[in-house]
Design a protein around this ligand. Structure first.
Ligand SMILES: Nc1ncnc2c1ncn2[C@@H]1O[C@H](COP(=O)(O)OP(=O)(O)OP(=O)(O)O)[C@@H](O)[C@H]1O
Length: 192
């Protein structure tokens, strides 16, 4: 994960007719995590999508070094396949990296169709895919939604481990997340 970096300069975001925020800049290098905070509708998901390259910024630039893995509310897992086969599809593309399914509490769910998984189980499955990608830059949009207390603690541990390994993590969440040395950015401070 050497050389991972993420730099945003003077980003403005417009959705429809509304300018949501402007003048937003930050720089992260390997080992750092940033928590994007703010109320519903402030623009956290929009910023994550701008960083991922899925939404053009209205103004400003995003520079990324290193591959990106995005976790949001849409797990990219075929709802009709049993979980094991849905994850195997990605392992064929991402490589046979250990996706830590057992640690994520997924071992007994491998024969269950993805569409039957509970909200928290789907989130855990999406985390397995994220880990399997081995991308240095993690973009996590509301990663704690639907998780129980153990699941929340596990995400905190996974993020800490990812950063210790030289990765970068940007977390959009209106929930508190307990991480040592996490930087915080309140999008409201940049509201247009
Ligand atoms: N395609 C779109 N066209 C117009 N407006 C949009 C579009 N997508 C999102 N918005 C608006 O942009 C604003 C920011 O949405 P966004 O999802 O980024 O907020 P958020 O901070 O992630 O909210 P939440 O905490 O509820 O997930 C909202 O007012 C939303 O209605």
């Amino acid at each position: 994960m050497q050389g991972a970096s993420l730099t945003l300069r003077d980003i403005a975001c417009r959705r429809g007719d509304n300018l949501l925020f402007r003048g937003l800049s930050f720089a992260l290098v390997g080992g750092q995590a940033l928590h994007l905070t703010g109320a519903n509708g402030i623009g956290k998901s929009s910023l994550i999508r701008i960083i991922a390259g899925l939404l053009p910024a209205y103004r400003g630039s995003v520079e990324r070094e290193g591959a990106v893995a995005l976790l949001d509310e849409r797990p990219a897992l075929d709802p009709h396949l049993p979980l094991g086969r849905a994850l195997a599809f990605w392992q064929r593309l991402d490589g046979p990296e250990d996706n830590q399914a057992a640690r994520l509490g997924l071992s007994d769910l491998m024969d269950v169709p993805v569409r039957y998984l509970s909200t928290g189980q789907k989130k855990r499955a999406a985390l397995a895919r994220l880990i399997g990608q081995r991308a240095p830059l993690w973009l996590l949009d509301e990663p704690l939604n639907g998780l129980d207390a153990k699941g929340v603690a596990l995400v905190e541990t996974l993020v800490a481990e990812h950063c210790r390994g030289g990765g970068i993590c940007v977390i959009a969440s209106h929930q508190p997340i307990s991480l040592a040395d996490v930087r915080r950015l309140a999008i409201a401070d940049h509201a247009a």
